[in-house]
Design a protein around this ligand. Sequence first.
Ligand code: HPA
Length: 270
Amino acid sequence: MLEQIRETADFIKKSVGEMPQIAIILGTGLGDLVNHIDIRKELSYKEIPNFPVSTVEGHSGKLIFGNLGGKYVMAMQGRFHYYEGYDMKQVTFPVRVMRQLGVDRLFVSNAAGGMNKEFQVGDVMVITDHINLFPENPLRGKNYEELGPRFPAMTEAYSSGLISMADDIAREEGIRLMHGVYVGTPGPTFETPAEYEYFRIIGGDAVGMSTVPEVIVANHSGMTVFGVSVITDLGGKDVKEVPTHEEVQKAAIKAQPIMTKIIKEMLARI
Ligand code: HPA
């Protein structure tokens, strides 16, 4: 694994040159952020050695380098989901490569179903913590001390400093910004009403099929993380609406301007 991480990082460095310290994983809801990046260089996942190729609808698969909010950043357009069949090492490989390239701050976004009864479709939720319900931890197996400790703490998986910064921005801009715990599940099924209820009872506010693996690896490797979810549908015992992929995409697209504003402004303040 170390060999592959180095090989991929070397390729990227050679192709792009200067490397950023900030990376953004553009999940559903942050796709529009790309249009705000002053792009210097793009690499298709297909040209990057050892990189998996993303397959899911609505994710194209490019590594983008450029300026956003006055900072030089690397953005992943398209991520690798466990439900697509990738194993946890593949899902989190790009985060390993980012770290190898010198990235120390990671911004992640996703679409999620809301269980918190205060939430509305279209709300943006800062992830304050997560509950990992994937069947496998990405750190299972041999630990490489060069990459991080065997038993990493997850007490502040999402940076409290970055959360406060987002709150300040939301207050100043009059943005309704929710806080919540993200439950990471393998998917690809949306939840049954009983499952949404169960996730709420165990402390979850929103549920989705991504993010947790990447955030675990980012923390393992010593990165500071900020995560944000767009609430694209609501679930629970009393909710009758059936979530669909199309509905999720539509709600996420609607929330894009808010997501963009928060991330751009955060970068400007870092
Ligand atoms: N459940 C799981 N993943 C999701 C959901 C959901 O309700 N909405 C968007 N991604």
